[in-house]
Design a protein around this ligand. Structure first.
Ligand SMILES: [Fe+2]
Length: 326
């Protein structure tokens, strides 16, 4: 389904030039309608329903986004009944999206873009806002999580982006309010959810490390299972996704590390909010899933990375591939 467009961003023009009349790069095309629903053609066997999210709106006013993590989040649902498929999509009403809609420009800091501060007051406000997390985006365009208790959460890497949606109406229900003593500005974009629990990793930007936290189905309280201290670098490695087995949690510590300066000053670092610090090394920490204790010394992985001639761009693509493989 293609919504009517009146203007095109450079990304959209590139998408239109792709193979198949604009379908090749359709992920980069803005969804101009906030809401739509209608019947879809059916091919093959059908599950009951599918629900996905992702970047749906690629610009606000004159500002166009260029990174896959920046587009304002859109929910897409395909439901199946009596041999028919019904499609629906709806814009998630995050604070970031609603502010951009109101002001005609991005107001909150997105993954790869910082709003231009107009004056000294704006800079001070940005610094204060970023220290508290208030100026960071809550655009939940990375993941849809059906929780064990029936609630459905969308999120991205900021904790404040954890937003509940109604899978039937696609309404934005509101913020998911975490309770308990665990505080964190940043989280993994891909928690692990079962019918019993929600597991995620929270980077500690002050004392470089990662907290493994667990939330029981039906609860809003995250409890600390364990912690790994980072082995190298001044800040934690970027925590986008991680692996869990029946007994263990694998915590990657990558050479692509958070830039505290970038976050505090609302300025882009070498790679958005990160610095590429190859000398700091990459490691794999293995924790016991039940006790939270580290069960082996961190495995140094730089040799493998260097041996494969994998640079930051390839590492980034691997992260993306991991996401889509889930
Ligand atoms: Fe991802």
């Amino acid at each position: 389904v293609k919504a009517a467009t009146t203007t095109s961003t450079p990304v959209e023009e590139e998408a239109a030039a792709g193979d198949g009349g604009g379908t090749k790069l359709s992920a980069w095309t803005s969804v101009r309608q906030e809401r739509w629903e209608g019947e879809l053609a059916v091919e093959g066997d059908l599950p009951l329903w599918l629900l996905r999210n992702g970047p749906g709106l690629w610009d606000a006013g004159d500002v166009a986004f260029h990174h896959l993590f920046d587009g304002y989040a859109t929910l897409v649902r395909v439901s199946f009944s009596h041999g028919h498929a019904t499609g629906a999509h709806r814009q998630i009403e995050s604070d970031a999206y609603m502010a951009a809609k109101k002001h005609g420009r991005p107001v909150l800091r997105e993954f790869s873009q910082c709003p231009e501060p107009g004056n000294l007051l704006d800079r001070v406000r940005d610094a204060v806002g970023l220290l508290s997390g208030a100026a960071l985006t809550d655009n939940p365009n990375s993941t849809v999580l059906p929780l064990g208790d029936g609630r459905v959460m969308c999120l991205t890497e900021t904790t404040k982006s954890s937003i509940l949606i109604d899978p039937h109406t696609l309404d934005t229900v509101g913020k998911f309010e975490f309770t308990g003593k665990v505080g964190a500005m940043i989280q993994s974009a891909h928690p692990i959810v079962t019918e019993f629990e929600f597991l995620t990793l929270l980077p500690d930007l002050v004392r470089p490390g990662h907290l493994l936290v667990r939330m029981e189905a039906g609860s809003n309280e995250r409890k600390v299972v364990g912690r790994v201290d980072c082995r190298g670098g001044p800040t934690p490695g970027w925590m986008h996704s991680f692996a869990v087995t029946e007994k263990y949690v694998v915590v990657p510590e990558m050479q692509l590390r958070y830039s505290s300066t970038s976050l505090l000053k609302s300025e882009l670092a070498q790679f958005y909010a990160f610095h590429w610090l190859p000398a700091s090394g990459s490691y794999m920490h293995v924790m016991c899933r039940s006790t939270g204790k580290t069960v082996s010394k961190p495995t140094y992985t730089r040799r493998q990375v260097a041996g494969c001639r994998i640079d930051v761009h390839i590492q980034y693509i691997l992260v993306i591939c991991t996401c889509f493989a889930r």
